[in-house]
Design a protein around this ligand. Structure first.
Ligand SMILES: Cc1ncc(C[n+]2csc(CCOP(=O)(O)OP(=O)(O)O)c2C)c(N)n1
Ligand SMILES: [Mg+2]
Length: 387
């Protein structure tokens, strides 16, 4: 983690970039405009080769170790969640469960650009972030099963994964609730002069929350070392970004506070790494926050109970055709960084880890009843706790 240096000189901030979205557009207009950041899917080149040409660099931009780390981390996220989805179908996992499948590059590219001491916080779509930071798949699977061996002792479940040992400050269920918390974590880092920063993820639904705007204002005023990331996957539950507001280029919201802000093609892990590395450099230099709009897509519905009927099959296939894991795999093979056999060995190892996590969760006990009153308040003898 964090050892990779960005080879290319950091580009200047795009903070002055202005929205290309037509102004004064009817807010009820649901017709999607061509995206200026994401390359068009199903281009002629892609159709001819079947390969995700648009995301495969002519020369690899990063060392072999980085590509292999990305591949391994993203495959772990995906295979773990595919298994979680299956187990949910079998009612082994109950309650809420939001899968990250399709969005993996948003996390992998940031892990390689930050240090292990930086703090992470996100919303309820939260299995992938701690997995990539090094939380044991066993502890996450056990949490999904609501078992006592889970990373939140079985009391949090899918939406409240938490692991202080890897600086993952949680999974949060209130849309936008983690944004002021992320600013607060960054405040603590600045106050304690640690040199660390906080990366704070949110969904596109969160950018309409008042709490975000209050937090942006204070974070800029106090130049807090925070990277705000909106994972714009196009929908908040079933509501498309175009139906939410006339401002559909989400990164431009940061510009209201003079916050350096830029859109990022987050189906491309290299772009994610470079954008986060630029933002981190700024944060560590005392220049304050950055707002990154990661253009991404979730292949599954909002949660396990959503059949995703509000979008077309073609739209889903468009994004699948530039899958970030396939792109990294293609780069690795094209540039002889590993053989097919070596990648298969990685896949097999991941499959075994995921299987082990299921067995661990299955064989773990549920929390005992007395756990109900523990971990509620920091102060053990808090006066309002009664028998
Ligand atoms: C304050 C608040 N309002 C409403 C909800 C119900 N809710 C849960 S998820 C969600 C959609 C959020 O979508 P987005 O922020 O785009 O994240 P994504 O699920 O796409 O990752 C809503 C409205 C909530 N959890 N919190
Ligand atoms: Mg969304």
């Amino acid at each position: 983690m964090a050892e990779t240096k960005v080879k290319a000189a950091p580009k200047a901030s795009n903070s002055t970039k202005k929205s290309s979205a037509p102004k004064g557009k009817d807010a009820t207009d649901t017709v999607k405009q061509p995206d200026p950041v994401l390359p068009p899917a199903n281009s002629e080149a892609e159709q001819a080769t079947g390969a995700p040409k648009a995301t495969t660099p002519a020369q690899p931009e990063f060392p072999k170790e980085t590509y292999l780390q990305w591949y391994e981390q993203m495959q772990l996220m995906r295979k773990f969640e595919e298994k979680a989805g299956q187990l949910y179908g079998q009612q082994k996992i109950k309650g809420f469960c939001h899968l990250y499948i399709g969005q993996e590059a948003c996390v992998a590219g940031a892990v390689s650009a930050l240090t292990k001491d930086d703090k992470w916080i996100t919303a309820y779509r939260d299995h992938a972030h701690p997995l990539a930071l090094g939380t044991s798949p066993n502890a996450i699977m056990a949490e999904l099963y609501a078992k006592a061996t889970g990373c939140s002792k079985g009391k949090g479940g899918s939406m409240h994964i938490f692991d202080k040992s890897v600086n993952f400050i949680g999974g949060h269920g209130i849309v936008g609730g983690q944004v002021p918390l992320g600013a607060g974590i960054a405040f603590a880092e600045k106050y304690n002069k640690t040199g660390n920063l906080c990366i704070c993820y949110m969904g596109d639904g969160a950018v309409r929350q008042g709490a975000l705007h209050e937090a942006f204002n204070m974070a800029m005023l106090w130049k807090l070392p925070v990277i705000f990331v909106v994972e714009n996957n196009g929908y908040a539950m079933g509501t498309s970004v175009q139906r939410t507001s006339n401002v559909t280029e989400l990164y431009t919201l940061g510009e209201s506070y003079d916050m350096p802000s830029e859109p990022v093609n987050a189906m491309n892990v290299e772009d994610v790494h470079n954008a986060v590395a630029r933002a981190a450099e700024r944060a560590r230099a005392g220049e304050g926050p950055t707002f990154l709009e990661f253009k991404t897509y979730r292949y599954k519905g909002h949660s396990m109970s959503d059949p995703a009927k509000y979008r077309t099959k073609e739209e889903l296939e468009d994004y699948r055709s530039r899958d970030s894991i396939e792109a990294v795999r293609h780069t690795i093979l094209t540039h002889n960084m590993a053989t097919e056999e070596e990648l298969t060995a990685i896949d097999e190892n991941i499959k075994a880890q995921v299987q082990e996590s299921v067995e661990f969760a299955e064989n773990s006990p549920f929390p005992t009843a007395d756990e109900l009153y523990k971990d509620v308040y920091v102060q053990q003898d808090y006066p309002y706790i009664r028998d």
